[in-house]
Design a protein around this ligand. Structure first.
Ligand SMILES: Cc1cc2nc3c(=O)[nH]c(=O)nc-3n(C[C@H](O)[C@H](O)[C@H](O)COP(=O)(O)OP(=O)(O)OC[C@H]3O[C@@H](n4cnc5c(N)ncnc54)[C@H](O)[C@@H]3O)c2cc1C
Ligand code: FES
Length: 285
């Protein structure tokens, strides 16, 4: 079993937010926007590197700081992206931002998906709603290194077509011959010609079999719960399954104890965990 990639590229000064500017805003859904950011200091931007699964803490003057998964791939050097669902004070303030507005960012933080250890294996990515954000970064990274992996499959679900993110990407993914991209909505609708059905059922029916495969899942807790039950029925073992956890964070560097799950800190031990590494911890999925 491969271990989780350590955060070898943690922000040089993890407590010091770095000024950045919004280069572009993409409306994904009614409640989700993607923000392409550029560090104001060209030297900081040039040196910025991360791996899929790592996170950033974004602060907006007067509103506060919140944690988001980086949703762009490491190969994108012009900007880095967060996809933000509006839920409260900070995310509401972020949704007010437009091109040219200023934020401050602490990134990259946390550990990444151990995708180097998956070389030669099949990878099944299972995402629901905003859970697609870290998995977009991962999928684009795997596609950048396509020859290193076996079969690649994406199963991405949302409640309705209007709740699906990354429209431009999805079209390209569906057209690729080397990726099985399955998009599903919860129930059939007259205007929807694609798959309908809940993610766990679609995965159980069409997902990659467990032999030489890792499954990576991210989505709402209820989806994760049922996906795990389906993976178990399909024959997946805990060491083949990876997920990311969300806990409210403050320091982001393992000092304040705000984000713990049992003895683990989501900010430094995670947010990426193998299911095996969570065994014995409080039921947090
Ligand atoms: C590791 C990690 C990665 C994340 N990645 C993303 C991402 O890519 N995109 C994204 O949109 N969001 C992501 N989140 C969630 C995001 O951090 C919260 O939605 C955000 O902090 C809410 O801030 P707020 O001030 O707008 O909400 P508040 O005004 O503080 O709260 C509004 C509501 O949101 C709930 N809430 C607040 N924080 C969290 C949280 N961490 N998890 C669950 N519910 C919360 C509150 O309980 C409350 O009901 C991530 C969180 C973590 C810890
Ligand atoms: S946020 Fe402070 S320990 Fe994790």
């Amino acid at each position: 079993m491969s271990t989780i990639a350590s955060a070898g590229i943690q922000a040089a000064q993890p407590l010091l937010p770095e000024p950045a500017t919004v280069a572009a805003v993409i409306r994904e859904t009614e409640t989700i926007r993607s923000y392409r950011l550029v560090f104001d200091d060209p030297g900081v931007m040039a040196a910025f590197s991360f791996l899929p699964g790592q996170i950033g803490l974004v602060s907006v003057m007067g509103a506060g700081e919140s944690t988001f998964a980086i949703s762009s791939p490491p190969s994108e050097k012009e900007y880095f992206q967060f996809s933000v669902m509006k839920t409260g004070v900070v995310t509401g303030a972020i949704h007010e931002l437009g091109e040219g507005d200023k934020v401050a960012v602490r990134a990259p933080m946390g550990c990444a998906f151990p995708s180097d250890g998956w070389k030669g294996k099949n990878v099944m990515i299972v995402a629901g709603g905003i859970g697609m954000a870290p998995l977009r970064s991962l999928l684009l990274h795997l596609l950048d290194h396509r020859e290193d992996y076996g079969k690649l499959q994406l199963i991405y679900g949302a409640r309705t077509p209007a709740d699906l993110c990354y429209a431009g990407d999805r079209q390209q993914w569906e057209e690729r011959g080397d990726l099985d991209a399955v998009t599903t909505i919860d129930v059939e609708l007259p205007e929807w010609t694609g798959r309908a059905g809940l993610v766990p059922a679609v995965m159980e029916e069409s997902g990659l079999r467990p032999e030489n495969t890792v499954a990576v899942i991210c989505g709402p807790p209820v989806m994760i719960k049922f996906v795990l039950a389906s993976l178990d029925r399909m024959g997946y073992r805990e060491g083949q399954i990876y997920t990311t956890l969300e806990r409210r964070m403050k320091c982001g560097i393992g000092l304040c104890g705000r984000c713990n799950v049992g003895p683990k800190y989501v900010c430094t031990d995670g947010p990426v965990f193998s299911l095996e590494s969570l065994r014995g911890l409080p039921d947090e999925l």
